[in-house]
Design a protein around this ligand. Structure first.
Ligand code: HDD
Length: 689
């Protein structure tokens, strides 16, 4: 970009302009570069000279551009924003971020898939990471959660095994970003504690429509501690303003081909367009007495507390309003760590959480190469900080004076003494009375209170709509159909019989297998009261906000109908993309030309939440011979989306097997119809397990 005024570079030095008014191109030593096109040769066709320091420096730096990707959650997308507190929580916590209603705290949030590499796709069936770094006035607090409120395992000891099993298989290097393979299900089948999270991952939670339409959870039970030292247990929730939305499995599969970056693009574009993604922060707050009254252990991360049992108190909101300036510097280099807490927020004895407190700090050293990764701008606190940690690779701070130890009495020699501890305001670990378990013998065992592996899985399954239950059964059929080891399939089914006989027999039927004997359960399976909060379909909002309508047109399409439709969509808070056989514009019925956002073959309908077809009779006749057009409406129908049509386009719909009825309407009724999906249609388009 042309930049005539001297501009500050990241390093802080002033860029000068060259003779043409552009920022000067220099080497890393600040030497101006005269030619960035050609290497230095001996003669026009001669060998390149070793002395070409401009070429050597450029290639050297390029060779080292990549860093190791995250072991898990490698593929992610992030944005800046803020947290705004609704009401003071000073009675519950002394954390500065929760003191003053209306106050905003800057933050950086990264969403991710878990299993795939950094270059994998956005829409596989997977858990999504949901990590928030709050730059509070008392230091950084990281809430490193997922879009699922429970975890696969109870003890950090099993994390490397879990991750090895789900990642691509060790000898063959595939499958990438997929849990549908032998080793993952082998591990699952041998670890019944995974049952609850498996239900979530196989449900539509595993194939979200966008980051903006998923919930987030802190998962573990944490503690809030107030100024008097009183502790309250807390489970954190993020509730999306747009409500919950997911895709259907066939759509998610096709999205992998249509747009690798579907979720990343959605996040980026919604922020660029000013429709800022927003979530409310909720807290389930409870005390030891409540915890003791529950029929499971609140320290067990494979369990959740139904919202009907402990309500979620909404305390503030997160708004993401700024895209990163640089993907690598910010999204790639951001280093979250569950151990980053501030005074007023503390841990519990959840053994999974305790293991995490070590892992994240440790992994950043191998990923970012130095113990000084905290100095990177995206990781540094925005409040003052200082200590006597010194040196190390890539130290960017220039410390003054001799004080690099403490205590010191350098003040008596009129020298700086450096920082000192804060006995009153500094972080103090919660020191409540340790219960008996904490004083016991040293044991490598699971507590008896963690032994119930099936009741919560059953609760989840029973809380779903009939359609969602069918999706879970079908997803498991799909996954197990990719498992080649028959004994693993049988063992999974034997476990599922403890979750639900209905689910187990649907899966067995879908696979064409006989039901194996039920696996023994270490604990009697309880029937808990179903919770509506666990269903996506019960928590969807009928709205066009955050949704995009695809409008298929071609030369001659009705200009009035198109203008009217665009206006109505905008009024309802939605957005639209115009799709046409030719990308360079379409001449409408009134001879005006309209811009096209996507060419038909490269812009399939799975990219949209609803579709409208405005075609002349002639264009319809022509598109009857175009598979991409037929597929466009066929998929929209199969993916349970609203379809609006101009009468002239009906033959295309008929050829695609679209049946008029709920959600398939004329343009007049389309916009109100486009605010939801038509799950009732599903039995007519696919045989679910
Ligand atoms: Fe983890 C990354 C979430 C258990 C070890 N984890 C990572 C990220 C998220 C989570 C969202 C990506 C952060 C980012 O965007 O950079 N992890 C979870 C949740 C867990 C969980 C919600 C259970 C409740 N994780 C967990 C355990 C261990 C780890 C038990 C190890 C003992 N996780 C890591 C890690 C990662 C990581 C290896 C990889 C990259 C990184 O940390 O920075 O340290």
């Amino acid at each position: 970009m042309k930049n005539k005024t001297p501009k500050k570079s990241q390093g802080g030095e002033t860029h000068q302009t060259n003779e043409n008014g552009y920022e000067m191109l220099t080497t890393n030593q600040g030497v101006q570069i005269s030619d960035n096109q050609n290497s230095l040769k001996s003669g026009a066709r001669g060998p390149v000279l070793l002395e070409d320091f401009v070429l050597r420096e450029k290639i050297f730096h390029f060779d080292h551009e990549r860093i190791p990707e995250r072991i898990v959650h490698a593929r992610g997308s992030a944005a800046h924003g803020y947290f705004e507190l609704y009401e003071s929580l000073s009675d519950i916590t002394s954390a500065d971020i929760f003191q003053r209603a209306g106050e905003k705290t800057p933050l950086f949030t990264r969403f991710s898939t878990v299993a795939g590499g950094a270059g994998s796709v956005d829409t596989p069936r997977d858990v999504r990471g949901f990590a928030v770094k709050f730059y509070t006035k008392e230091g950084n607090w990281d809430l490193v959660g997922n879009n699922i409120p429970v975890f696969f395992i109870q003890d950090a000891m099993k994390f490397p095994d879990l991750v090895h099993s789900v990642k691509m298989e060790a000898d063959r290097g595939y499958p990438q970003a997929a849990s549908a393979h032998d080793t993952f299900w082998d591990f699952v089948s041998l670890m019944p504690e995974t049952s609850h999270m498996i239900m979530w991952a196989m449900s539509d939670r595993g194939i979200p429509r966008s980051f903006r339409t998923m919930e987030g959870f802190g998962i573990h039970t944490f503690r809030l501690v107030n100024a008097k030292g009183k502790s309250t247990f807390v489970k954190f929730h993020w509730k999306p303003k747009l409500g919950l939305q997911s895709t259907v499995w066939d759509e998610a599969l096709k999205l992998q081909a249509a747009d690798n970056d579907y979720h990343r693009r959605d996040l980026y574009e919604s922020i660029e367009q000013g429709s800022y993604p927003e979530w409310e922060l909720g807290m389930q707050l409870f005390d030891q007495r409540k915890a003791d009254s529950l029929p499971f252990d609140v320290l067990d991360p494979t369990k959740l507390i139904p919202e009907e049992v402990v309500p979620v108190r909404i305390v503030g909101r997160m708004v993401l309003d700024r895209n990163p300036d640089n993907f690598f510097s910010e999204t790639e280099q951001v280093a979250y760590c569950p151990a980053n807490v501030v005074p007023g927020i503390d841990f519990t004895n959840d053994p999974l959480l305790q293991g995490r407190l070590f892992s994240y700090l440790d992994t950043q050293k191998s990923r970012l190469g130095t113990a000084n990764f905290n100095q990177l701008p995206i990781n540094a606190p925005k409040c003052p900080f200082g200590n006597f940690q010194r040196d190390g690779m890539m130290q960017t701070q220039v410390f003054k004076g001799r004080a690099n130890y403490e205590p010191n009495s350098l003040n008596m020699a009129n020298e700086e003494t450096g920082p000192r501890e804060c006995p009153v305001t500094g972080f103090r670990s919660f020191s409540g009375r340790p219960d008996q378990d904490e004083q016991g013998d040293r044991l490598r065992i699971r507590p008896e209170s963690f032994a119930d592996h099936y009741s919560h899985a059953r609760l989840f399954y029973q809380s779903q709509t009939a359609n969602e239950q069918a999706h879970i059964a079908s997803a498991i059929v799909f996954e197990l159909s990719k498992v080649t080891l028959a004994h693993v399939r049988a063992r999974v089914l034997a476990n599922f019989r403890n979750v639900s006989e209905d689910l187990a027999s649907r899966v067995a039927n879908g696979l064409g297998m006989a039901l194996p004997n039920k696996a023994p359960s270490a604990h009697p399976v309880q029937d808990m009261k179903p919770s509506d909060a666990l269903s996506i379909q019960k928590n969807m909002k009928e709205t066009l906000e955050g949704r995009c309508v695809g409008i298929l047109i071609a030369d001659g399409s009705d200009a009035n109908a198109l203008t009217k439709l665009k206006k109505e969509i905008k009024k309802a808070g939605g957005s639209f993309n115009v799709v046409a056989p030719k990308v360079n514009g379409v001449v409408l019925s009134d001879k005006t030309s309209v811009a096209v956002d996507g060419q038909l073959a490269g812009t399939p309908s799975q990219l949209f939440d609803a579709v409208a077809v405005i075609l002349t009779q002639a264009a319809t006749t022509q598109l009857l011979k175009e598979a991409a057009a037929i597929q466009w409406v066929m998929d929209a129908f199969g993916h349970l989306k609203a379809i609006g049509y101009a009468e002239e386009a009906l033959p295309l719909l008929e050829k695609a097997g679209v049946v008029k009825g709920e959600g398939v309407t004329t343009l007049r009724d389309f916009v109100s119809a486009s605010m939801k999906r038509y799950f009732n249609r599903e039995p007519s388009v696919r045989i679910l397990a």
